[in-house]
Design a protein around this ligand. Structure first.
Ligand code: 13P
Length: 219
């Protein structure tokens, strides 16, 4: 199976990235406004992205949750509106180190996922990105077992709270210090369906990460 590759530069580089990339490699915005566009100076609406023929948007990145105080409900609203405009969404969830150490990882990611599930009717155009905050840009990647454990729990959550079909078909990708060296083992985990890559996407090893998507699953 070929990997689907989506590149998500800052807004201002979207048109140039789109014009330079092969047509089978799509682009994603890193955010968009929560509702219909209007007098929201400085915000980029879902409609604007659609007008520019940008098919994907990343929503709920941990930096936006933490630094811009985006709540679970706000992220859910954003996902709902972006989908309603025809965008495909990479919805990010993940726990902080403090939350992991206190044993609340699953409660945190389930609440983040529920806030999205409560708002949307279809998961067809949603990719769920599990990004433990402690692993983003830190060089501390989740172990394959840690990633698999959360991905499997998320799939179970989807099966129990949305539907068995959605659980089976929704891609759950992992993000946080993925690189050319650790991607194969992570990709081999049964419930890891791909990656959200930061730093390593700017390096030649991004090719190895893309290729790892074809790794045979261990289960
Ligand atoms: O969150 C990420 C991308 O937005 C992950 O970043 P890193 O791969 O650099 O850890």
């Amino acid at each position: 199976m070929l990997a689907e590759v989506v590149v998500s530069p800052p807004y201002v580089f979207l048109p140039v990235a789109k014009s330079l990339l092969r047509s089978d490699i799509k682009v994603a915005a890193q955010n968009c406004w929560v509702r219909k566009g209007g007098a929201f100076t400085g915000e980029i609406s879902a409609e604007m992205l659609v007008n520019l023929d940008i098919p994907w948007v990343v929503l709920g990145h941990s930096e936006r949750r933490a630094l811009l105080n985006e709540s679970n409900e706000f992220v859910g609203d954003k996902v709902e509106y972006a989908l309603s405009q025809g965008l495909k969404v990479i919805a990010c969830i993940g726990e902080t180190l403090e939350q992991r150490e206190s044993g609340s990882t699953m409660a945190v990611v389930a609440a983040q996922t529920k806030a999205i599930a409560d708002k949307i009717k279809s998961w067809d155009n949603v990719v769920l990105a599990y990004e433990p905050v402690w692993a983003i840009g830190t060089g501390k990647v989740a172990s394959p077992a840690q990633a698999q454990e959360v991905h499997a729990e998320l799939r179970k959550w989807l099966a129990e709270n949305v539907s068995a079909e959605v659980a089976q078909t929704t891609r759950i990708i992992y993000g946080g210090s993925v690189n050319g060296g650790n991607c194969k083992e992570l990709a081999g985990q049964a419930d890891v369906d791909g990656f959200l890559v930061g730093g390593a996407s700017l390096k030649p090893e991004f090719i190895d990460i893309i290729k790892s998507a074809t790794v045979k699953k261990s289960a």
